[in-house]
Design a protein around this ligand. Structure first.
Ligand code: PLP
Length: 403
């Protein structure tokens, strides 16, 4: 649809899939090997050990050859039974989709949230989860499910606070968390936060193409899986955990994506995981400064939970955000995220995750600024200048890496 012949690279600035670095693309291009042979076992053991460090867990992490949606289903079907009550929190479009999935699997989700779009501008309210669990003395609620980084809005929820809320209520519900778009971009601590199942995917902070997804699990989740009655076969953890002990899978795994994962883990550990997080925080702050300079509103209304992964930009009344995105795509060959669900046409989303640096972000913001002006959006001041000033005066805070 471009009205010119594109040269240079396409700017894929949606909040995932994120651009795949050349190093990873090259790794993925190695010849496929026998997934039952000795070489494969070494690869399997390497990625299974490495991915645990990303989730900050000593417990098993399951890797599925599937998109994130598959890992959502795996989390529910391994731990729950038909008719089970679960508590979910409406943070945005992805929380809504996970709830729909729960319903289609025969689980009974209760959706906490706020009317209109208000709840889509803030994170999970842990105090409301605590109050609801306190009102369940019979422990009918079997799980609390929340989205850590709501990709539809650019709001990151405080998972440690949700854990605290469950403990304060003295409730035995499992804690299931989706960090599909948060992992390897925003700090995440599966073990320290007492999460029972963490769901994630390959195509965001891990800088891989879509096609791998994850369940990090706890001993309590494994225990729950022994009595969980939802039908499952492909998603069942039991045989995978057993075969993973030697680096293999019960079926044919995505060998080439696992090469890519090994390379991605090397890249992340070379930079240092904490450095990856601070790089994301810094780029996100520069992006927010640009949005404020334009005089536009950031979708996330609570600075305590700004996402380091993406920024949601709300359009003034009467402006169709999809038309602005279309102009930017057609004129500058850049993809931005659309407003989803309740936010359709009202916002666009700028991804600043994964293989992203100062100049990637500056080019992205320049494309946005030119596109806003071309679309007739009143722009107060240069966001590009505001972001440049911030980046130039704030060097990357390097955290010393552990040996
Ligand atoms: N959950 C979140 C927070 C997401 O961002 C996405 C995808 O963007 C999904 C779930 C669904 O994952 P997938 O599209 O890989 O199936």
């Amino acid at each position: 649809n471009l009205n010119f012949h594109p040269s240079g690279r396409h700017f894929l600035q949606i909040p995932g899939p994120s651009p795949v670095p050349d190093r990873i693309l090259r790794a993925i291009s190695y010849p496929t090997i026998d997934h039952r042979g000795p070489e494969f076992g070494a690869l399997g053991r390497q990625v299974l050990a490495g991915i645990r460090k990303i989730f900050k867990t000593d417990q098993p992490v399951i890797i599925y050859p599937a998109s994130g949606t598959g890992a959502w289903e795996a989390a529910l079907s391994n731990t729950l039974s038909p008719g089970d009550n679960v508590l979910m929190f409406e943070t945005g479009h992805f929380a809504t989709l996970w709830k729909k999935m729960a319903e289609s699997l025969g689980i009974k989700p209760e959706f906490l949230g706020q009317p209109g779009i208000e709840g889509w501008r803030r994170g999970v309210q842990a105090d409301r989860i605590e109050a609801r669990l306190r009102a369940d003395p019979q422990h009918l609620i079997k799980a609390v499910c929340v989205v850590h980084n709501e990709t539809s809005t650019g709001v990151t929820s405080n998972i440690a606070a949700v854990r605290k809320a469950i403990d304060a209520a003295g409730h035995p519900a499992l804690l299931l968390v989706d960090t599909i778009s948060g992992l390897a971009s925003a700090d995440y601590q599966h073990d320290a936060w007492g999460v029972d199942v963490t769901v994630s995917g390959s195509q965001k902070g891990l800088m891989l193409p879509p096609g791998l997804s994850f369940n990090a699990i706890s001993a309590k989740a494994i225990n729950a899986s022994k009595s969980a009655k939802l039908p499952r076969s492909f998603w069942d953890w039991t045989e995978i955990i057993e075969m993973n002990k030697t680096g293999y899978w019960p079926y044919t795994p995505s060998t080439n994506l696992l090469y890519g994962l090994a390379e991605a883990l090397d890249m992340i550990f070379e930079e240092g995981l904490e450095n990856v997080f601070s790089r994301h925080q810094r780029l996100a702050e520069a992006c927010r400064r640009a949005v404020r300079a334009w005089g536009l509103e950031i979708q996330c209304a609570d600075p305590a939970v700004y996402s380091p992964v993406l920024t949601g930009v709300m359009m003034p009344d009467g402006i169709d955000a999809d038309a602005v995105r279309r102009t930017i795509y057609e004129r500058f060959d850049m993809s931005l995220g659309a407003g989803l669900g309740k936010m359709k046409g009202r916002m666009f989303r700028i991804g600043h995750l994964g293989d992203c640096n100062d100049l990637t972000l500056m080019a992205t913001l320049a494309g946005c600024e030119m596109g806003l002006k071309l679309s007739g959006v009143p722009v107060k001041a240069s966001g590009v200048s505001a972001a440049m000033d911030y980046l130039a005066s704030h060097t990357v805070p390097l955290v010393v890496k552990a040996a």
